[in-house]
Design a protein around this ligand. Structure first.
Ligand code: NAD
Length: 319
């Protein structure tokens, strides 16, 4: 299949990730069907997409007309067969559970046309471990998006053991076409690239918080205003070159022996999960906000992210 042959896309799971992924493909001009397990969840997904598109319009990313045009390219259905029977490309964004994904991949393999490429948005699992039952292992691939998926530019494209080069090239081109910044990961390893790096940082963040070294507010502020500030413009390896490798080496020699090397999930995090403190999902997490405050935070986050997207990538990529 060539890129120009891709017309219809299906997204399975319309939650935090699925709705934004569906929105991105619809903004790219594709007809998109979203599938989830209930009409209520699908209506939520469509409501979130409308709200996101309005934020895009308010920030001059798309015109007002494009809000309705994009929505008109999306259909929502609880019928999996209807969602995928004409799809050229399908991506799943259902719960992070290997058995759920294995079952879904087998169903998709049976329901999709033979040409269809099937992708997963798993954040930690290896596609070879749950797509091995399909008869199209050359046409399965991992496309790992980041939250909020309709804004964050990078998508990791991870090749499974049997994924063909053609599949990877086509999916890479598809993501470029919908204005993402795909990154090729040529070897399947757990966590791929970004989550391994991110988890290494999170381990130390939790350690510092548990030890009472700084308040959660100050930890967030310190990261935002230092390497967080730099990172959307220059990556960590270029940062080494700019700082000087001798300095980086001296700091690494000093600090690596003393920072956390724990192989356990943080105990405090486990306790929060057990207490139902799931952040925005339940209204209480590290920080404690009302529903209205969460909505305001997400709106403000999206506005700032969109401004950054425009300055750093969107306009450059158009020129
Ligand atoms: P979520 O819980 O918000 O959404 C999952 C959705 O899938 C739900 O609406 C659920 O009803 C639906 N679903 C479950 N089983 C289904 C099935 N068999 N058929 C159709 N729909 C089904 O989860 P999420 O955060 O969007 O995560 C989805 C996937 O994306 C996971 O694999 C996760 O690891 C990955 N991911 C999440 C993030 C993140 O920041 N949340 C980032 C990157 C990747």
């Amino acid at each position: 299949m060539r890129l120009e042959d891709v017309k219809d896309i299906a997204v399975i799971g319309g939650g935090i990730m699925g709705h934004g992924i569906a929105q991105t493909y619809a903004m790219g001009g594709y007809r998109v069907s979203i599938n989830d397990v209930s009409d209520t969840l699908l209506n939520n997904a469509l409501g979130r997409i409308r709200a996101n598109l309005e934020t895009f319009a308010e920030n001059d990313f798309i015109s007002r007309d494009e809000v309705d045009n994009t929505l008109s390219r999306i259909i929502a259905t609880t019928d999996l067969e209807k969602a995928v029977c004409d799809a050229d490309f399908v991506t799943e964004a259902v719960v992070e559970d290997i058995e759920v994904k294995r079952k879904l991949f087998n169903q998709l393999d049976a329901l999709c046309p033979s040409r269809t490429i099937i992708a997963s948005n798993s954040s930690s699992l290896l596609i070879s471990d749950f797509a091995s039952g399909t008869k199209r292992q050359d046409r399965v691939v991992l496309t790992h998006w980041f939250n909020p998926p309709h804004i964050v530019p990078t998508v990791e494209v991870i090749k499974g053991h049997k994924t063909s080069g053609e599949t990877v090239d086509l999916v890479y081109a598809l993501l470029k076409k919908v204005r993402k910044m795909p990154v090729r990961i040529s070897k399947e390893i757990p966590g791929y690239l970004v989550n391994r790096i991110q988890l290494a940082m999170i381990r130390e963040v939790w350690y510092l918080w548990e030890q009472g070294i700084a308040s959660p507010e100050d930890i967030d502020l310190a990261v935002k205003g230092s390497f967080g500030f730099r990172l959307s413009s220059i990556g960590p390896l270029l940062t080494f070159d700019l700082a000087g490798e001798d300095t980086v080496y001296a700091v690494a020699k000093q600090l690596l022996p003393v920072i956390s090397d724990s192989h356990e999930s943080p105990l405090a995090l486990k306790k929060m999960v057990e207490a139902g403190e799931l952040g925005m999902k339940t209204g209480k997490g590290v920080f404690d906000y009302s529903r209205e405050e969460w909505d305001r935070i997400v709106k403000q986050r999206d506005k700032e992210f969109l401004q950054r997207l425009k300055t750093l990538y969107w306009s450059k990529e158009q020129s």
